[in-house]
Design a protein around this ligand. Structure first.
Ligand code: DI6
Ligand code: FE
Length: 403
């Protein structure tokens, strides 16, 4: 079958490659789900005879945005806990008293697969409406084999309901479930030995994650889980240095993790180790904001070391109840000091790397997925500038205009 060739012309194209190439009078040729060619309109090779032509009317175009860290599949809300936190109780205190992640675990276990799907869908719709065409979704509120599988199946089925590519991450090591109270090592063992191989064989797991912190798991436990992941041939990432420094980033770097996420309590040594290992530093400013944190990730050190920085929503009912990647970009600039260009790279090229998807997505180049966004903006810097305003005009996913 010969797929039709589409020309998308008269755009201002931000490729989001390493040199942040822009074509002011640019065009994109797509064939089926892929980009065939991108460049200045006047340099379009003559051998291409497009079947259809679309006028972008001088609008800015970027790659489809990528939200590389979410816990978007969950049930219920934790607004009452938020109210308690406003009265002075800390996230860690609530977690230690059996609330926090375990409160959502109870809601997720009680929810049917359909309920979980129905509650999660609007959050993914909100991301898509902002031009997010690839989303990572973690498990981590089931904490039994069956309930983790249920969450991951919901994540996979969301990709059939909406034009969004979903990457799934097994985060069974998010909190210690009551069944394993006092037996954290045994829990890590069962995840690595039984759950991971089974869920991977069912096609439900693209990566493995662990919450390594004083209210989560230790670096030794992370190391054990990473050994199992290596045996199963599954890439790893981790929640590191969000609330304390347990040496998790250094472990992530040593194990060649795809990404190391949060990082508020890390410093120069960690930044250098991540840069040297090519592990992406994922910044989650919405969690920083909603927890009322004051300690920031070492952005200056990460920049100086040449580490790749990504930005994600962390969408979850506890620390980051929201579903706006554009707001996360804005917070990353104002709260963490990223430039607008770094923020854009953080939701495109670097976010793709954080998922190991850099060969397919994250930049506009020949051979990449034809996922791109047409924006109603006059300047590219408006991405990372607006707070709570959505200038997305149109979404093209896998070569098809879907909005
Ligand atoms: N860090 C976070 O910010 C989320 N998970 C994690 O390890 C919070 C998840 C939650 O509170 O439900
Ligand atoms: Fe998270």
């Amino acid at each position: 079958m010969v797929e039709t060739l589409h020309l998308w012309r008269n755009g201002r194209i931000a490729c989001c490659d390493a040199s942040m190439t822009r074509f002011e009078q640019g065009a994109i040729l797509t064939r089926g789900r892929r980009i065939e060619w991108v460049g200045p309109e006047r340099e379009r090779p003559g051998e291409y005879r497009p079947d259809e032509s679309h006028d972008l009317q001088g609008a800015w175009v970027t790659p489809g945005l990528i939200d590389c860290h979410t816990h978007l599949v969950f049930a219920g809300s934790r607004a009452a806990e938020y109210a308690e936190r406003l009265r002075g109780r800390s996230y860690a205190q609530i977690a230690r008293a059996g609330g926090g992640i375990l409160a959502t675990m109870r809601a997720v276990r009680a929810a049917s697969e359909q309920q979980l799907f129905d509650e999660s869908l609007p959050r993914l719709e909100a991301l898509l409406a902002e031009g997010v065409t690839t989303v990572e979704i973690k498990s981590g509120y089931g904490l039994t084999l069956e309930d983790e599988a249920k969450m991951l199946r919901v994540a996979r089925s969301l990709a059939h309901a909406l034009p969004v590519t979903i990457s799934t991450t097994l985060l069974a090591a998010h909190a210690l479930p009551p069944e394993y109270a006092g037996r954290a090592d045994a829990y890590i063992d069962v995840i690595g030995r039984e759950w991971l191989p089974r869920l991977r064989a069912e096609g439900l797991v693209d990566a493995v994650d662990i919450f390594c912190d004083n209210v989560g798991f230790s670096t030794e436990q992370a190391e054990t889980l990473f050994e199992s992941a290596a045996r199963a041939g599954v890439p790893v990432k981790l929640h590191a240095e969000q609330l304390s420094n347990q040496g998790a980033s250094l472990l992530a770097a040593r194990r060649g993790a795809l990404s190391c996420d949060h990082l508020e309590h890390s410093g120069t040594a960690e930044a250098q180790a991540l840069a040297a290992a090519g592990t992406v530093a994922v910044l989650l400013p919405v969690a920083f904001f909603c927890l009322g944190e004051t300690r920031k990730p070492p952005v200056t050190a990460l920049r100086a070391a040449g580490a790749d920085m990504a930005i994600a929503t962390d969408c979850n009912p506890g620390s980051a109840p929201g579903s706006s990647l554009l707001l996360a970009m804005s917070m990353a600039t104002r709260l963490f000091g990223l430039t607008c260009e770094e923020a854009l790279a953080g939701v495109t090229r670097n976010a793709a790397r954080a998922l190991g998807l850099q060969e397919e997505r994250g930049t506009l180049a020949a051979g990449k997925a034809a996922d791109f966004i047409v924006w109603s903006i006059g300047e590219l810097e408006e991405l990372g500038y607006w707070t709570g305003f959505n200038p997305c005009r149109s979404v093209v996913k896998a070569g098809r205009r879907v909005s």
